[in-house]
Design a protein around this ligand. Structure first.
Ligand SMILES: C[S@@+](CC[C@H](N)C(=O)[O-])C[C@H]1O[C@@H](n2cnc3c(N)ncnc32)[C@H](O)[C@@H]1O
Length: 271
């Protein structure tokens, strides 16, 4: 066998439905929708259970029935657990399709895959590393991507209602930050500060761009409070329109209704 996987075993916390916001975003992404036949999607660091990898396949299958998911985990014990789960899936004893195109293997940031992945999803993995580890991890993972492929690296809370992620291109350059929030009962968008990707989580301080971005989100969300009567999605849309008017070049306008905001990386990058 080859050399040891790159990285280290960390806490395996995961949960059903936790990554739904990220999966739905990936399912609509042009990198996946425009990919050639049989696109490979890697789920790196799936944790103590294989459930979020199975959910990823199920969600992507709806838009790309030919998608294949390779789920990688650095902890061999967790690979064994997930393979047992997969046996149950194959036996038709779970809500997942018995034919789900998912495999569970051991691997790390070197991404041992039989062909180049179109997407790598690494959620809640780098969180337990140091900020200084991020560039190398991004470089290793993106070096494996298919041309036009993307790395989706981010963090969310336990139940997936507060999520943020970075889209990184095959050249290892970060492109956008997306914040995705459950709007019902949302007090302030800056709740996302606690769940920023590792590259930004220590940067939410005065003088940093991410700090300005989160403050601007809070300000416009509060100013749009009169629209609450029409529902939180209307209020979010109004707040995002005001962000745009104030000069924030937000992307993916059609996704505002979902409580999302995507901003070019250079507007939030650490100084
Ligand atoms: C907190 S869990 C996240 C599980 C799942 N992705 C989620 O968001 O619910 C992080 C997992 O990543 C694994 N991990 C950490 N570094 C890794 C690496 N370099 N390669 C593969 N897995 C890694 C850990 O062993 C752990 O099981």
């Amino acid at each position: 066998m080859g050399s040891a996987p790159v990285g280290r075993i960390t806490r395996g916390t995961t949960g059903t439905n936790r990554l739904r916001r990220i999966d739905r975003w990936i399912a609509r992404h042009p990198a996946l929708r425009g990919a050639g036949p049989e696109p490979l999607v890697v789920d790196l660091g799936y944790g103590a259970s294989g459930v979020t990898a199975l959910e990823l396949e199920a969600r992507l299958h709806a838009t790309r029935p030919d998608v294949e998911v390779l789920a990688l985990e650095i902890d061999p014990e967790r690979v064994r657990t997930a393979r047992e789960q997969l046996e149950n899936v194959r036996g038709g004893n779970t809500p997942f399709r018995p034919t789900a195109r998912v495999r569970f293997e051991r691997g790390g940031f070197e991404v041992p895959a039989p062909r180049r992945p179109t997407v790598i999803r690494a959620l809640n993995v780098l969180r337990q590393y140091d900020e200084a580890d991020v560039p190398d991890a991004w470089a290793r993972m993106t070096a494996r991507l298919a041309p036009g492929g993307i790395l989706v690296e981010g963090t969310c809370n336990e139940v997936g209602r507060v999520a943020t992620w970075v889209e990184v291109g095959a050249d290892a350059a970060p492109r956008t930050l997306t914040v995705s929030l459950r709007l019902a009962d949302l007090e302030l968008p800056s709740i996302a500060a606690e769940r920023l990707p590792k590259a930004l989580i220590h940067r939410n301080v005065a003088g940093e761009r991410i700090h300005d971005f989160l403050r601007a989100l809070d300000r416009e969300w509060e100013r749009a409070s009169a629209l609450s009567a029409f529902g939180p999605a209307q209020r979010w849309r109004a707040a995002m329109a005001a962000m745009t008017d104030a000069g924030w070049p937000l992307r993916q306008r059609s996704r505002w209704r979902l409580g999302e905001a995507s901003v070019p990386w250079d507007r939030v990058a650490p100084r």
